[in-house]
Ligand binder design. Structure first.
Ligand code: ADP
Ligand code: ZN
Length: 729
């Protein structure tokens, strides 16, 4: 029989069935020996192999019922072909981690009790009598008995008398807690969207729900979900980062009582339970990050992808899939509706909507009646900044705080300063493995004291600094540039009368502290918030009346062709966090480029106007979504090997295409050094493939995955295929 094994090889393996064993069904897990390893593989074809071939027998068949159902198997084949990733590794990823190691996938059971015989006279033990009476009607789960008020001691006592039998019960539908929130009355725009989505139950219908922050998208999701649940079906909600936005989940729970959450902090044991619960239909709502898109469902009725433009939906290593695109594929296969929601949709999604592939639903007004913020550009050319902030901005911050409001300062750079330079010799403290400046992080030192930690934000390397230069030993290191720690320090110095909360990946590590910060901000008292793009996700700050954006010039100057899209999304997302009806927000963008067409266009025409112009620019340049892209990357500790490898790949690909007369239809750009030329001690190169048609791109990539392995490479070289890459870095 044929097996897919979790190995980085584009091939399947034939094994024999041990004598007397029942053959596994397709999708069942088996244990095999491969070389000296024990692997868990998936049966893809149970047909016996040619009896003349001498095959090694597999070790054991794990599943009588296949671990992967036909939909999952088909999904695995599709993922493997679309992303050109080995099937065995893909199928393994479709299983929860514990199951990849062989854990049982039989339906989950819960411990419960059955009454044995008649308990006799229990008048002297009224609690035990009550428990016995409760169980006369039939067995019950232990957890249910406890919530009903029967104590563990009572259960134990009745058990010890021999009146209870401990049994494993089918959990049935997950107990639903009581919902505490009623649906709101939808506004006409919302009602229209809800009707359109609910009219499409039972067939494939993709929707792009575009609406600024606060326009009531989540309310639309909630009302559609309620209708799906009434049909006895399940809902999958994908979100970018649930750990940072506990209130998202809280809102779903307030409406439906329970909502299961799947994210990176969920343990392997819980993952297994969630996976089984979704597969068996006992979990009705699953909210999760990227990997939740791979979960099997018994009766999925609707998929929602919130903040669909978010880059975290794309996996950047291993199987480089996009959870958003996978969601579209699954909705099509399962014939169910799908809602992609965002205030700033990805340009691909807008192009799909304009081409008629998605139905475009737009929410134009803010639901709570909040006015849209006023955005202005603050020209800082020729001005001297103190800790990255201009005098005008500092005065404006003071005025808003004096008026009793809150101010949000946005800066997308963690740490104190992006680099340290030696005032004596000009040497910059640099990561030896990445050739990039190390970011300086302070650890409670008084201002002016240049001691603390140096961190490489690319590879994670850390070092301590005592303020002396590693090149000339002078005690003369000075911070260059501004990170959130430095702005925080300055703001605290200027405005000591108000609390200042910093929210970035460093402070978000403590969830309790993060929660405390959000609660303090929600109280509405005057406060300063300083933070990175974490602030652009999921939160609304109604008492913030001034949003100040620093450092957007860096985004404008980035080389990546997607930088304008990302910068525009970030500006709109951050700007949208502020204000409410009686206190419309103000947004100040501090920039050295007040005439930059992206900025002025965005201010004049808003995101939709920006999107039109940017799509036109991409079309003229022949870039996605007007063309299809794949990126081949190679890296090695040795400087020339990656470039040499990609050159051979490119030449081979050109020859193969010329032979088929398809040479002109596919463009090969490179190889060139990657924008981050060195990372973690490895030299990096890339080769870009652009094609006008999906089929052509895939033909080229099939050639690459088949022949790339034939090219003799030194053992230290790694290479990969990235289809629809997001970052060309
Ligand atoms: P979004 O998801 O687009 O950011 P939300 O659904 O979170 O928007 O709505 C923003 C705010 O407006 C929330 O406080 C929500 O409770 C409120 N809201 C949404 N729809 C309505 C409605 N129809 N009537 C009154 N308030 C609403
Ligand atoms: Zn580094």
């Amino acid at each position: 029989m044929r097996l897919a094994l979790p190995l980085p090889l584009h091939q399947q393996f034939d094994y024999a069935l041990p004598a007397g064993a029942a053959p596994p069904l397709p999708g069942a897990r088996v244990k095999v020996r491969f070389g000296r390893q024990q692997l868990v593989g998936i049966c893809t074809d149970p047909a016996p192999a040619d009896p003349h071939e001498r095959l090694r027998p597999l070790t054991a068949v794990i599943d009588a019922t296949p671990a992967l159902d036909p939909e999952q198997l088909a999904l695995g084949h599709w993922l493997s072909e679309y992303y050109h990733h080995p099937l065995g590794e893909v199928l393994s990823l479709l299983l929860p981690p514990a199951a990849r190691r062989g854990a049982s996938l039989a339906p989950a059971t819960v411990t419960g009790y059955r009454l044995l015989g008649s308990p006799g006279d229990l008048t002297r033990a009224p609690k035990q009598a009550a428990l016995a009476a409760r169980l006369v009607a039939g067995p019950a789960p232990r957890a249910t008995l406890l919530t009903e008020g029967h104590s563990a001691a009572t259960i134990r006592a009745l058990s010890q008398k021999g009146h209870l039998e401990t049994i494993e019960l089918d959990p049935g539908p997950a107990p639903t807690a009581v919902a505490t929130q009623a649906p709101l009355t939808p506004r006409p725009e919302q009602a229209e969207a809800i009707e359109a989505i609910c009219d499409s139950f039972g067939r494939f219908a993709p929707f792009l729900l575009e609406g600024i922050t606060g326009s009531g998208k989540t309310e639309v999701y909630l009302q559609c979900m309620a209708r799906v649940l009434m049909r006895g079906e399940q809902v999958l909600v994908l979100v970018p980062e649930i750990a940072l936005t506990p209130q998202t989940r809280a809102r779903f729970e307030a409406r439906f009582g329970t909502a299961a959450a799947l994210h990176s902090q969920v343990s392997d044991g819980e993952r297994l339970d969630l996976w089984r619960g979704c597969r068996d239909g006992t979990v009705s709502v699953l909210i999760g990050t990227r990997s939740a898109s791979l979960t099997p469902f018994a009766r999925l009725g609707l998929i929602i992808v919130d903040e669909e433009h978010d880059g975290s939906y794309k996996q950047t290593e291993g199987l480089r899939y996009s959870a958003r695109d996978l969601a579209v594929k699954r909705a099509a296969d399962l014939r169910i509706p799908l809602v992609l929601g965002s205030a700033t949709p990805a340009l691909e999604s807008i192009a799909n909507a304009r081409a008629g592939r998605y139905r475009h639903l737009i929410l134009r007004e803010r639901a709570g009646g909040a006015a849209e913020p006023q955005v202005r550009l603050l020209d800082i050319r020729g001005q001297s900044l103190e800790d990255g902030i201009s005098m005008d901005l500092r005065r404006a911050i003071g005025a808003h705080l004096d008026a009793g409001a809150q101010v949000l300062v946005f800066l997308n750079r963690r740490g104190y300063a992006p680099s340290l330079i030696c005032g004596a010799c000009g040497h910059v403290a640099t990561c030896a493995a990445c050739d990039q400046p190390m970011t300086y992080h302070r650890q409670g030192q008084p201002s002016g004291d240049v001691r603390g930690q140096l961190r490489c934000h690319h590879c994670g390397a850390r070092a301590t600094t005592d303020g002396s230069c590693e090149a000339c030993a002078a005690q003369a290191l000075v911070p260059v540039g501004v990170g959130t720690q430095r702005s925080e320090e300055a703001l605290k110095r200027w405005f000591p009368q108000v609390p200042c909360y910093r929210i970035d990946r460093d402070t978000a590590r403590s969830k309790a502290r993060l929660q405390a910060h959000f609660e303090a901000i929600a109280s509405g008292a005057p406060a300063l918030l300083i933070g990175t793009q974490i602030l652009a996700k999921g939160h609304h700050f109604p008492n913030v009346t001034l949003v100040a954006m620093l450092g957007v010039d860096g985004g404008l100057a980035a080389a990546d062709y997607r930088a304008p899209e990302r910068t525009a999304q970030l500006i709109v997302q951050v700007a949208g966090r502020a204000g409410r009806a009686e206190r419309p927000g103000e947004v100040w963008i501090q920039t050295l480029q007040p005439e930059n067409p992206l900025l002025t266009g965005l201010l004049r025409e808003g995101y939709p106007g920006f999107a039109s112009r940017e799509l036109e620019r991409r079309r003229e340049a022949g870039l996605p979504p007007a063309a299809l892209m794949a990126l081949l990357r190679a890296d090695s500790p040795e400087a020339t090997a990656p470039g040499a490898f990609l050159t051979r790949l490119r030449d081979g690909l050109r020859r193969a295409h010329a032979e088929r007369g398809a040479g002109a239809a596919i463009e090969l750009l490179g190889p060139v050094p990657a924008p981050m030329q060195r990372l973690g001690g490895r030299h990096r190169f890339q080769l870009l493939l652009l094609a006008s048609e999906r089929a052509l791109l895939h033909r080229a990539l099939r050639w690459v995955s088949r022949h790339g392995h034939d090219i003799r490479t030194p053992g230290h070289l790694r290479w990969s295929i990235d289809v629809d890459p997001l970052d060309c870095v």
